[in-house]
Design a protein around this ligand. Structure first.
Ligand SMILES: [Fe+2]
Length: 319
């Protein structure tokens, strides 16, 4: 199936400091070129038999196809980002930028700095919504790559020289300033409103233990840092701890096979956090057993390795 060309969204004659000649050349040569190349590469790939074609040619064609597709998508977003006066940031959009960047001004300075750093090079500067974290980020994408997986760009600035040399020569800074004066914020906000409706990736839950209360490693770290009393029990199986030489700082190791021997040492007055190697099975079973015995126990999701992965402190595990 062919990829279709999108009509030009902005009105070139209405832009401030950017000429129709530049937009026309950009649309026809570079955007049109990307769509044409995308379709040629796609046809070429469709004509190949992936089982007999040399792996390097398939791989090269796929790489070029991804670049052409990204170029197509980002150019459409770029043209749809222009046509406003750049100044009037609507309330909801201003609130979102303030939430994620501190202030609209701070967002603007970061976005422009990323753009100016690409002067003389080639790439894109994007404002992107990340559904996983429910937040906006600025990103700079060299060439047509490095898009954030699962991210939804809502504003794009083209920093390829073809996007400005006709009007601005090599003065990328003046071009960036002109772009900022032409942002159509009402459209950016419309895309933002659509983007926030996209469901984040489904949570990585261990269904088997879905009803056992869990606590994240970040929450445990915050409890430790704030001095909240908590009893942390490393319940990794004995055979595992004899191979590992470290233990989470603040935790005590207790043999999960011998719960009855140590259950009397822990207090019902303070919350209990248990964990194992990866955070399921043993850690959850220990939490279940402790809860049944009347303790306020939760298991630490991700276990020992999640603690290490967030950079949590460990100490040497004495034999
Ligand atoms: Fe371009």
């Amino acid at each position: 199936m062919q990829f279709r060309l999108a009509p030009l969204f902005c009105r070139p004659w209405a832009l401030n400091g950017i000429t129709p000649r530049l937009i026309e050349s950009h649309y026809e040569t570079n955007y049109g070129g990307a769509v044409r190349q995308l379709n040629l590469l796609t046809e070429e790939l469709e004509a190949l038999d992936p089982t007999t074609a040399p792996a390097e040619s398939v791989s090269r064609l796929k790489r070029d196809q991804s670049a052409a597709l990204n170029s197509t998508l980002l150019h459409e977003l770029y043209f749809a980002s222009l046509g406003g006066d750049g100044r009037a940031v609507p309330e909801a959009m201003a609130a979102a930028l303030t939430r994620d960047f501190g202030s609209v001004d701070r967002w603007r300075r970061e976005f422009m700095a990323l753009a100016e750093a690409l002067a003389g090079g080639s790439g894109w500067v994007l404002l992107t919504w990340v559904p996983r974290d429910g937040r906006l980020v600025n990103q700079s994408a060299v060439d047509h790559g490095q898009s954030i997986a699962g991210g939804i760009p809502i504003l794009a600035l083209d920093m390829y020289e073809h996007a400005y040399h006709i009007d601005f020569g090599s003065n990328a800074k003046a071009y960036v300033a002109a772009f900022m004066r032409n942002i159509v914020w009402s459209e950016v906000q419309g895309r933002y409103e659509d983007a926030v409706k996209v469901a984040p990736p489904r949570p990585l839950e261990q269904k088997e233990f879905a009803d056992v209360p869990a606590i994240s490693v970040e929450e445990v770290r915050a409890m430790i840092d704030s001095g909240t009393p908590v009893q942390i029990i490393d319940a990794r199986p004995r055979h595992y701890t004899t191979r590992s030489h470290e233990i989470m700082e603040g935790a005590v190791w207790r043999d999960p096979e011998r719960l009855d021997d140590w259950i009397g040492e822990i207090s019902k007055e303070q919350p209990v956090v248990t964990y194992c190697v990866y955070g399921f099975h043993i850690g959850c079973q220990t939490a279940i057993a402790l809860r049944q015995a009347g303790f306020d126990a939760r298991y630490m999701a991700g276990g020992h390795f999640a603690w290490k992965a967030v950079g949590g402190k460990v100490r040497r595990l004495e034999e």
